[in-house]
Design a protein. Structure first.
Ligand SMILES: Cc1cc2nc3c(=O)[nH]c(=O)nc-3n(C[C@H](O)[C@H](O)[C@H](O)COP(=O)(O)O)c2cc1C
Lengths: 601, 185
């Protein structure tokens, strides 16, 4: 059995590694790569994998993680701002599509119940595909991207009543479903939801802080996954979609300092599982059903797609989406989604849907998912360039805020930098791995995120791609240099400023010729030195000037020593010479000042 | 009623000053005088504008003691003017904080009196070089008192410096208690 898992894992991974880069190369997008890859290894391709249903089940968790991540990017505030599109456009889309499909089904003489179930399933779009495509094309931040996202969210909610509706459609004999009054279960749902929100607010953050304080990365990752699994499981127990539960968990954590850390930890799992999910969809395309009644399946695919796009276009018009964005909006949620599989399968099990009717419906759904990325690609290659782009994408709701400055390490040093900037209206995004510190600073209104700043993915999440400046103020010399090298490599546009711990570190920083560095104790020592001179009776301004002079001289010395740093003998000689220089310099200065003040009398 | 006098001592290096510092030492101990060493207060040239403005408001006479450097004043004093004598405070609409107060300059020069003549090294009378000060007083509606001057400051003997310092001190007293001596205006 273990052997079987290894073998399957090998096949899946190999497929991903081969198909995805290939399709990316061809400009067809990763989703299509997975889908076609899945089709190829599935029972209707080379037949390498036969346990389609199992992998589908397992990989559904990828969609769950995906929704968790989406939730993480949506603070409750922003979600609230989306309430109109979610319920307005969402219900318009679901009801509109269902009505149209049912009527068309009836017109073709389909049994009323079958027509309704099929219509419900076809109304739903694929969150996984649509979101992935919009992310890849950077469409989410636009108004229409928001609208599409809102509709997808509403569909996730709508699945609940749809599944609840199925048993009532079932023939009397099969309707012996898990009893219980609908009121009781509604009460249960409300109770759990309220409990989750309250507990999430009160407990999640302390829990995360506690685990973060242990400084064990993998445990933090485990906690992150645990949270999602627990939420998904809890939601499933009250018959709400797992994705919606994960989404809620994400929203609850969206404004916490651990958001970036959670994001970077979950991202790879999501990516892989989502890939697996797409492959499962590819595998599940029932070529047999298509072969048996090709015209029916093709007819359904074409009909559903055309009608869906038509409904979406009218919604876009009614809700006054920007004209340029309407075609993409209509298209990107124009496919049938993964929930259709669930719906059709449940309906078939309940006897609402005869098996011979279910097969072409499922096949059509899968094909529509397969065609969707292709359609988007064709659209954005061929059609979109012809549409004039008068209006730029307007205000973003889902987009990350873009900080100009990122400060890595918010200890005694970074704090002062951050506070100076903050006092001047520049709010830096701060990365630190000391949770106690973070909690404190948040109270002062800083945007502080927990995580290991030397991780490139965390920098990505913190918005390094859009920032102008990275301040490296961490106290570990090796980590500091590592971070600088990585940032250099990944984000060459960033201006790098660093805290230098000691001379050796300073030299290393000079080798890298970054935008600026400061020795952490240098300036304050100079200040104290000049205070000592004052204490000895020097006028403050004179002491201040002396310190400035010394500073300049010292910086020059460091520059010189940096050049000959690897030559020990030269170094010693230089050090001696420098000491002599310093004395003579101060003498010379005295002379100069005497000269400058003379000759007036 | 005694008047309040704000005495601003401006010299970049107290230790190298002979005359200005002696004068400062003489005046600082007087009653009703707030004596401030400007370079000592703001060694890094970061002037506390609010504090300076409050001090100006709280005093009736502003007396400024400085050596003449390059026909002008030491740089920190210029910065003090730039930053403290703000629009709306010292001049312009609503800028009446200094109106009615007196401005008394006390300066020392390296050159002797002969240098400040048409034939001398500096070719103009000293008043010409002090014109910016005089006009500043005018703009701020202050009364401009004839400056006190010590020429040939670096050549002056200890005794001469002491005598001049006494003179400045006595003048300050007369400004604080105008009933005693009538002079200037
Ligand atoms: C930078 C500098 C510029 C000077 N410019 C002048 C000047 O323009 N005219 C002048 O008569 N003396 C000038 N002097 C001489 C000073 O006025 C003189 O040294 C000072 O008044 C002596 O006062 P103290 O003993 O308090 O330093 C200058 C001196 C220095 C140091």
């Amino acid at each position: 059995m273990g052997h079987g898992i290894l073998r399957d894992a090998f096949i899946f991974l190999a497929t991903a590694v081969i198909a995805v880069p290939l399709f990316q190369r061809l400009g067809l997008g990763s989703v299509l790569g997975y889908l076609i890859g899945g089709l190829a290894i599935g029972p209707w391709g080379f037949g390498l994998i036969t346990s389609v249903e199992e992998s589908m089940h397992f990989s559904e968790f990828g969609v769950v993680l995906f929704l968790f991540l989406v939730g993480l990017e949506l603070e409750p505030k922003r979600l609230w701002a989306l309430r109109l599109p979610i319920f307005g456009m969402g219900s318009a889309q679901v009801l509109g599509c269902t009505a149209v499909f049912t009527l068309v089904g009836l017109a073709f003489g389909v049994d009323a119940r079958v027509a309704l179930v099929a219509a419900l399933g076809f109304a739903l779009s694929s969150t996984a595909i649509a979101l992935q495509v919009m992310k890849e094309k950077e469409w989410l931040p636009t108004q229409s991207g928001n609208a599409a996202f809102s509709i997808l969210l509403f569909q996730d909610i709508a699945v609940i009543p749809m599944l609840a509706l199925l048993p009532t459609l079932a023939p009397a004999s099969a309707a012996a479903t898990s009893g219980g009054s609908p009121w009781l279960s509604a009460l249960k749902v409300v109770g759990v939801l309220v409990g989750v929100v309250v507990a999430g607010r009160l407990l999640l953050r302390p829990l995360l802080r506690m685990v973060a304080a242990a400084h064990l990365r993998e445990v933090f990752t485990a906690l992150a996954l645990f949270l999602v699994v627990a939420m998904a499981g809890l939601m499933q127990s009250i018959e709400i979609s797992m994705g919606l539960g994960a989404f809620m968990a994400g929203v609850l954590l969206a404004d916490s300092e651990y958001r970036h850390a959670l994001e970077t930890d979950i991202e790879p799992f999501k990516g892989l599982l989502l890939g697996l999910f797409f492959m499962s969809v590819g595998m599940s395309i029932d070529v047999g059903a298509v072969k048996n009644s090709p015209l029916v399946v093709i007819g359904i695919v074409v009909g559903v797609t055309v009608l869906k796009i038509a409904v979406h276009t009218s919604i876009a018009r009614i809700f006054k989406l920007p004209e340029q964005q309407r075609p993409f909006f209509s298209l990107v949620i124009g496919q049938v989604g993964e929930f259709a599989f669930v719906l059709f399968a449940t309906a078939a099990a309940l006897g609402v849907l005869p098996t011979e009717a279910a097969a072409p419906l499922v096949a059509a759904s899968a094909i529509s998912m397969l065609l969707s990325p292709i359609a988007v690609t064709i659209f954005s290659r061929v059609i979109e360039p012809r549409l004039s782009r008068k209006d730029a994408p307007p205000a973003d709701l889902i987009e990350n805020e873009k900080p100009a400055v990122i400060i890595a390490g918010f200890g005694r040093f970074g704090q002062i930098v951050g506070r100076l900037l903050y006092a001047n209206g520049i709010t830096a995004t701060v990365l630190d791995h000391e949770p106690d510190q973070i909690e404190l600073l948040r109270r002062f209104g800083f945007k502080v995120y927990f995580g290991d700043a030397t991780r490139v993915d965390l920098l990505h999440a913190a918005g390094a791609a859009d920032a102008k400046v990275l301040v490296v103020a961490i106290d570990d010399v090796d980590a500091s240099l590592r971070l600088i090298d990585q940032a250099r490599h990944e984000f060459p546009h960033l201006a790098l400023y660093a805290r230098a711990r000691n001379l050796q570190h300073t030299y290393e920083l000079m080798d890298r010729s970054i935008a600026g560095h400061e020795r952490e104790t240098f300036e304050s020592s100079l200040r104290l030195g000049s205070r000592v001179l004052e204490g000895l009776g020097w006028p403050s301004h004179t002491a201040w000037r002396a310190a400035n002079r010394f500073r300049e001289h010292n910086l020059e010395m460091v520059r010189d020593l940096h050049q000959i740093r690897n030559d020990q003998a030269a170094l010693v000689a230089k050090a001696r010479q420098v000491r002599e220089d310093l004395t003579s310099m101060f003498e010379k200065e005295k002379e100069m000042r005497d000269k400058a003040s003379g000759g007036w009398d | 009623m005694s008047k309040q006098l704000y005495f601003l001592f401006v010299h970049p290096d107290r230790r190298r000053s002979h005359t200005n510092r002696t004068i400062f030492e003489h005046v600082r101990t007087l009653e009703n005088v707030t004596a401030v060493d400007l370079y000592e207060s703001y060694p890094g040239f970061h002037i506390d504008v609010a504090l300076e403005q409050r001090r100006l408001r709280e005093h009736d006479v502003v007396m400024i003691q400085h050596p003449i450097y390059w026909y002008s004043m030491p740089p920190l004093l210029k910065l003090w003017m730039d930053e403290v004598l703000e629009l709306g405070f010292a001049y312009g609409p609503g800028g009446t904080a200094l109106a009615g107060k007196a401005l008394q300059l006390s300066v020392t020069t390296g050159g002797g009196p002969e240098a400040y003549t048409a034939e001398g090294m500096h070719a103009h009378p000293l008043e010409t070089f002090l014109l910016p000060w005089a006009q500043t007083a005018q703009l701020c509606k202050m009364s401009w008192l004839p400056p006190l001057v010590l020429h040939s400051a670096r050549r002056a003997s200890e005794l001469e410096v002491q005598a001049h310092a006494e003179h400045v001190r006595a003048h300050a007293v007369s400004l604080i208690n105008p009933a005693f001596v009538r002079e200037g205006t």
